[in-house]
Design a protein around this ligand. Structure first.
Ligand SMILES: Cc1cc2nc3c(=O)[nH]c(=O)nc-3n(C[C@H](O)[C@H](O)[C@H](O)COP(=O)(O)OP(=O)(O)OC[C@H]3O[C@@H](n4cnc5c(N)ncnc54)[C@H](O)[C@@H]3O)c2cc1C
Length: 390
């Protein structure tokens, strides 16, 4: 009842013009304040939640919601949605993603989308979504969501983040919609005036499919430390950049000393596999490779031949190494926290559970069994693929 009454008062279209303008400015003044107060309250009060939703569907006591303030066509099948989240949405680092929860025909669907714009002073966030043939959510968003719609989101999350401090030399490699987290990192780097040397390689089917093409070309023209290499499989007569698929010669041309770069990779599974195999065969330092998988089935351990792959199952982080790095060092390079002290296998501070896979103790040379057991990450080298309960 109360919710319905509030909704009636909140419906300004019923009021005469001068009163409507007055109520509208009162509303604009009040909503952000109510939003901040609701986020601070964080209470479980269903009646108050209903009242807030009736006043403005973006308001909530405990859920991140965001209003769509702009929808941009990036290519024929890719749209960016600029969102104004409520006060529950905290801060984030470039590279992070959000989960979007939508209800389609009465069924709840949750999908992850990387934030394609970096953190900004106005608090707006952006996701960029490519239609997937036969896909439920990507097509529903493209066909249904317009300015004014309200979406339910998670807080920003993920491990594929721009490191701090920023590496001196960065190689960013993406294909298709995999450009989104890298674009957030790149936009952040150029606006914050970072002096890193960046090679940005992006792959697409055709010139018309290159997401953010104009912006990338303009950024490259303005920033001498940035080199952009756009490569399409099916070039047209006007295309003056690279053509074909990802290959070692193309990589060597774009970034001759790529083996020492901090590399960031995101794209379809087959593309990521080709890049990782090329890097491994070229003996690049894979401990400097960070990647985001859009497909949870993707597993680097399935195709890498010489490298150790460590999965941290609780955080979802994954580290690859083709150097003699202990599991503790691999965790540290990814930002996965493991408490440690002696770093020599004596004190037991870093002891953790290995779920599966074989590790070798560097102090004794002994190999573990393949099943679940305690290990000391500070003196353990992974052999092949290992999963840790961290
Ligand atoms: C961390 C992360 C970040 C991401 N960031 C982005 C991003 O920035 N931009 C972006 O565009 N995407 C991103 N994705 C991918 C995104 O989450 C979705 O997977 C994507 O939008 C497809 O979702 P969908 O609901 O449209 O497709 P789905 O309905 O999930 O379908 C996916 C595929 O499966 C097929 N399929 C569906 N149902 C069946 C079935 N019953 N039998 C056989 N095949 C079936 C569909 O035809 C389609 O090809 C990200 C994923 C992750 C994990």
């Amino acid at each position: 009842m109360l919710a319905a009454a509030v909704a009636q008062v909140a419906d300004l279209r019923r009021e005469p013009q001068p009163l409507r303008a007055l109520l509208e400015s009162a509303r604009r003044w009040a909503i952000p304040r109510v939003d901040r107060a609701s986020a601070a309250l964080r209470a479980d009060l269903p009646w108050l939640e209903r009242v807030l939703s009736a006043v403005d569907p973006v308001l909530s006591l405990n859920t991140v919601r965001a209003r769509v303030v702009e929808v941009r066509d990036e290519t024929a099948d890719v749209k960016s949605y600029v969102l104004a989240p409520n006060a529950h949405f905290g801060s984030f680092r470039p590279g992070a993603y959000v989960s979007v929860r939508v209800v389609i025909d009465g069924q709840v669907h949750t999908r992850s989308y990387s934030l394609s714009a970096p953190p900004s002073a106005d608090g707006l966030i952006t996701i960029t979504v490519k239609r997937v043939p036969g896909g439920r959510v990507s097509n529903w968003l493209a066909d249904t969501i317009a300015v004014g719609a309200v979406l339910e989101l998670s807080a920003a999350q993920g491990q594929f983040l721009l490191p701090e401090p920023t590496p001196a030399k960065m190689l960013m490699i993406s294909a298709g919609s995999g450009i989104t987290p890298l674009m957030s990192m790149l936009r952040w780097l150029v606006t914050s005036g970072a002096s890193s040397e960046i090679v940005f390689m992006h792959f697409a089917q055709s010139p018309a499919d290159v997401i953010f093409q104009r912006e990338l070309t303009e950024l490259a023209a303005r920033h001498p430390c940035l080199r952009v290499v756009l490569c399409v499989e099916r070039p047209d007569a006007e295309w003056s950049s690279a053509a074909g698929r990802f290959s070692l010669p193309l990589l060597e041309q774009a970034a001759p000393d790529f083996r020492v770069y901090d590399t960031f990779l995101c794209g379809p599974s087959g593309f990521m596999q080709a890049v990782m195999q090329t890097l491994e065969r070229a003996e690049a330092d894979l401990s400097k490779l960070r990647f985001e998988r859009f497909n949870s089935e993707f597993n680097a351990a399935d195709f890498l031949e010489q490298s150790q792959v460590v999965r941290f199952t609780r955080t979802g982080a994954e580290s690859i190494s083709n150097r003699a790095a202990t599991i503790l060092q691999q965790a540290e390079s990814l930002g996965v926290r493991i408490d440690s002290s002696c770093r020599a296998g004596h004190c037991g501070t870093c002891r953790c559970v290995k779920k599966r896979g074989v590790v070798v103790d560097v102090t004794t040379g002994r190999a573990s069994g393949a099943g679940e057991e305690f290990i000391y990450p500070c003196v353990s080298l992974a052999r092949g693929s290992v999963e840790l309960d961290l």
